[in-house]
Write a protein that binds this ligand. Structure first.
Ligand code: NDP
Length: 462
């Protein structure tokens, strides 16, 4: 046993912190883990998990409508926000309990307090003021919604944090942003019957995705009744005489709604964390700078997950934690692999994607082949719903490797997970062609697009 109170002290009980703390403790290390709010972090408490439950809730309206085409008569339906919130809270409580139990069973000490660095090997527990020491410290405090301080009236707006606990379902909402959170919540609120407007500063929503998916999703959302305003942003937000909110935009006048939500990215949650005291360097966004083994410039301090602003995704934080354990406690130096991360946007329809967009691949390779299918999903033939599925494979013509796979449609996220394996394995288009289709599924299109829809050579479509 060293001269420190702990072998490992973890600040932050989210995805990366809990995984590293639990695994280190199960290897016999003396671990302390501090969390100021709730164990489970953004993902479990106010992110991925409650969001997905909301997505399910918001889809029933369309399910009821679609049922008629299959012979069902569905009686009068009503939605109760408070029932959803209570059910969601119960599930989140259960999951938080599992996270705590996992730590306890492994032998980690749980500390319900904010913790701040005071030196390379010491941490202050703010609740008691006690300073504890550790041989190694992990900072895994995650991120927080960008509050957009520069916007007059920003304090009147909600972020995704509050969206999970609104006392009432608003009648109308305006959401600013064009990323994951803005798009997912626009679909959730609309599906629950809220009059929804999305305002985004760029030319098309979801700037980092393939253009076909961006355009296809935009059209589908508008068709459902979501208003999308592009090339615009808020100038100010103020309260109206009747207690609603008026968001002044640069080019589209005033948007009045019951709630205004800002979904303008998430910032590393490093303010007041004592990084300066410990000598840890950050970048201009406040993110902790780490090397390929998640080491900061201070040899005893490591950082994992969103606080490092590498890729802000739960599985990435967990993967980084596992690599830390391999490197530091198993004598097996392992650096996180951030290449070819499959991801989903839980919009309606869903997006599932892995690898390069057509635009990015066209810049990177001399010639690419684009295989593209757009079709009406089978369910829509009887439901009568006007919806389209889009599937795209991007192939590097030189070696036939599939370098990008993109889906817009039902279960796109589920498919993206499996496509991720094929791209990671370096499969070629010929491997896809050799694979027997599963019939009748939507996914069979992925192995039956035999001829390229077009090629892009030196950036030109041919
Ligand atoms: P994103 O980075 O996805 O999107 C942020 C959006 O805000 C972009 O459209 C950006 O525009 C816009 N924006 C940023 N600053 C301003 C500004 N000052 N004025 C106007 N617009 C601005 O962030 P999110 O907040 O949606 O989500 C945070 C992260 O959480 C994501 O990056 C993602 O990694 C993760 N996440 C993942 C989910 C999933 O896996 N399904 C779900 C939800 C979140 P521009 O594009 O022009 O820069």
């Amino acid at each position: 046993m060293s001269n420190f109170d702990y072998d490992l002290f973890v600040i932050g009980g989210g995805s990366g912190g809990v995984r590293s703390g639990r695994l280190a403790a199960s290897l016999g290390k003396k671990v302390g883990i501090a969390e100021e709010y709730r164990f489970g972090g953004t993902c479990v408490i106010r992110g991925c998990v409650p969001k997905k439950l909301f997505v399910y809730a918001s889809q029933y309206h369309e399910h009821f409508e679609d049922a008629a085409g299959f012979g069902w008569t569905v009686g009068e339906s009503r939605f109760d926000w408070k029932t959803l919130i209570a059910a969601k809270d119960k599930e989140i409580d259960r999951l938080e309990g599992l996270y705590r139990k996992g730590l306890e069973n492994a032998g980690a000490e749980i500390l319900e307090t904010r913790a701040e660095l005071v030196g390379p090997n010491s941490v202050r527990l703010t609740k008691s003021g006690k300073v504890v020491t550790a041989e190694k410290i992990i900072v895994a405090v995650g991120g927080a919604p960008n509050p957009h301080d520069a916007l007059p009236g920003h304090e009147l707006c909600i972020s995704s944090n509050e969206a999970f606990h609104l006392p009432e379902l608003p009648g109308s909402i305006v959401i600013a942003g064009g990323g994951y959170i803005a798009v997912e919540f626009a679909n959730i609120f609309h599906g629950l019957g809220v009059e929804t407007t999305l305002i985004y500063r760029g030319a098309e929503i979801l700037s980092r995705f393939d253009h076909d998916l961006r355009r296809g999703l935009h059209e589908a959302m508008e068709q459902k009744g979501i208003r999308i305003i592009l090339h615009d942003h808020f100038v100010s937000v103020a309260k109206t005489a009747d207690g609603r909110l008026a968001a002044e935009t640069k080019s589209n006048g005033t948007l009045v709604a019951d709630q205004v939500m800002l979904a303008l990215g998430r910032d590393p949650y490093t303010k007041g964390l004592g990084l300066e005291a410990a000598g840890v360097t950050t970048n201009e966004r406040g993110a902790i700078i780490v090397d390929q083994y998640s080491r900061t410039n201070v040899p005893s301090i490591f950082a994992l997950g969103d606080v490092t602003d590498r890729v802000q995704l739960t599985p990435v934080a967990i993967h980084e934690a596992m690599c830390f354990i391999e490197t530091e406690y198993k004598n097996n130096p392992t650096s996180p692999d951030h290449d070819l991360i499959a991801t989903a946007v839980f919009s309606q329809p869903e997006i599932g994607t892995v690898g390069l967009s057509e635009e990015a691949a066209a810049k990177k390779f001399e010639e690419i082949e684009v295989y593209r299918a757009q079709f009406r999903p089978m369910k829509a033939t009887l439901s009568g719903r006007a919806e389209k599925t889009v599937m795209k494979l991007i192939v590097n013509a030189a070696d036939r490797k599939v370098v990008g796979a993109h889906i817009l449609g039902h279960d796109a996220g589920e498919m993206a997970q499996l496509l991720g394996i094929t791209l990671k394995a370096g499969c070629t288009k010929d491997d896809f062609d050799r694979t027997m289709a599963v019939h009748p599924t939507a996914a069979e299109e992925l192995v039956t697009m035999y001829n390229p829809s077009y090629r892009v050579r030196n950036g030109e479509r041919v």
